[in-house]
Design a protein around this ligand. Structure first.
Ligand code: SF4
Length: 286
């Protein structure tokens, strides 16, 4: 959308906002710099970087309140579960809303006058139109220009390719539990230092987040980044053939999610409810 705005296909936006969790892959930060240098700056569009802190550091800091990630859990009795996903709201939605209020001139807790709002564009394509939602506050109105243009994901890829941006990386936290095996393999096989980083983080959260442990709210089971609930460096992330899946009697949808990750992933404005907490008695949300 930034490029479409810069080249005049869409109207020129006043700002673009990047919500930084502090734990994106190096490739995403490099790409952001490239976009800023080659597209945003020449078009006079400022890219505003906003943040609520570093999600990785906060999870491991016993003195920091931590908005929990959607971790895979093995309860004491062996039952699988997941922790509540609060991170998207804390590390993406919150700092974006704060910046928007500041831009409007009505920082929290000042009431934004009735009728004053920003138009916020969200880059959802026609393949995922079901994710389009209205804003939950009156000072923002959501628009979905790609859907209005009838653009699918492949239209977007085609356009990016025409700009020389075929390698646009997927934005998400390096250690997001929503990764599929393809993403985990990509980190392992192409970025050894980032792989060491996520493996170390996976081991560090096995007993829950640092603050919950420090406050005596100990984990009664184990937490994992990988869906198999196996330590990441031992998890089965290598490609599994369709025949192997059939032998394991797993559905194709399951196989696809395991490989490609949770379909709806993490988006500040387009999360869906199916990855809500099914287990939360470890104080992981403390
Ligand atoms: S990318 Fe994953 S870990 Fe990061 S904020 Fe989104 S859901 Fe949470």
């Amino acid at each position: 959308m930034l490029a479409l705005s810069a080249d005049g296909t869409l109207p020129k936006v006043d700002y673009a906002i990047f919500a930084d969790t502090g734990w994106e892959p190096r490739a995403v930060y490099d790409h952001l710099e490239l976009l800023e240098r080659e597209i945003a700056k020449p078009a006079g569009i400022p890219i505003l970087r906003v943040t609520s802190g570093n999600i990785r550091d906060d999870a491991l800091d016993p003195d920091h309140r931590f908005a929990s990630m959607p971790l895979y859990i093995l309860n004491k009795d062996g039952r699988p579960g997941m922790t509540r996903r609060q991170c998207t709201g804390e590390y993406k939605v919150k700092p974006i809303k704060k910046k928007i209020r500041d831009l409007l001139g009505y920082p929290y807790p000042i009431r934004v006058p009735k009728g004053l709002f920003v138009e916020q564009w969200i880059g959802i394509s026609t393949d995922e139109f079901h994710r389009a939602k209205d804003a939950d506050v009156k000072y923002m109105r959501n628009r979905h220009p790609l859907i209005d243009m009838g653009w699918s994901r492949s239209d977007c890829v085609h356009y990016l390719r025409s700009l020389g941006l075929a390698d646009t990386p997927k934005s998400s936290c390096l250690g997001c539990p929503f990764h599929g095996n393809a993403q985990w393999r990509n980190i392992r096989d192409h970025s050894p230092s980032e792989w060491a980083d996520v493996v170390a983080f996976d081991a560090a959260i096995r007993k829950g987040n640092a603050r919950a442990n420090a406050s005596g709210n100990k984990l009664l089971g184990e937490a994992f980044l990988h869906r198999s609930r196996v330590p990441l460096d031992q998890a089965p992330i290598d490609h599994v053939t369709a025949a192997e899946w059939a032998a394991r009697q797993r559905s194709l949808a399951d196989a696809d999610q395991l490989e490609q990750g949770v379909v709806d992933g993490c988006s500040p404005w387009s999360c869906r409810g199916e990855v809500e907490a099914v287990q939360d008695d470890f104080g992981l949300t403390a």
